[in-house]
Design a protein. Sequence first.
Lengths: 114, 111
Amino acid sequence: DGGITQSPKYLFRKEGQNVTLSCEQNLNHDAMYWYRQDPGQGLRLIYYSQIVNDFQKGDIAEGYSVSREKKESFPLTVTSAQKNPTAFYLCASSIRLAGIHEQYFGPGTRLTVT
Amino acid sequence: SQQGEEDPQALSIQEGENATMNCSYKTSINNLQWYRQNSGRGLVHLILIRSNEREKHSGRLRVTLDTSKKSSSLLITASRAADTASYFCATVNFGNEKLTFGTGTRLTIIP
């Protein structure tokens, strides 16, 4: 069963705590992405990676960090510096970074920080 | 920043009718993609149309692109209850390999 998995589906944290969201893919895709979605809104790009050990900031990277130590994995850490962390987080991958390729999305993680 | 703006924001139609959603964007694009999102789920890619294409079909989906008006439309024919979802357009600019998503159209099919 190929695809992208994100865990957990729901995550609750207290303000001031860092939290790491998991994203794993077995599609053998080079490029991976993290998006944030707020209610009634489209997706905004947080970070992306086109190859292992390399990643770039997206449009809203402040307060977030990522790593890409393995091709299959692209975890996202939401730090205490992120002012409004409560949101729906989506991970995606594509064969390569080139925008001509469709992106495949995971089921998402809904993070609530109180 | 969000480039695409979908219109309408919400649409309710009877099952069997056709649904049309529009997307407008601001800058020149390499291609435009449409995605569907069921409530609380990830997005699913529907169709990609390149800047040199004017129309594309996939099953009950028909997408048009008018680069002179910087707009695209998604037509779903013979709608079904399972088509109930949010639909997003996403653009890719030349020289920028990232997708920029619009705010989406929420489609409800009434059985």
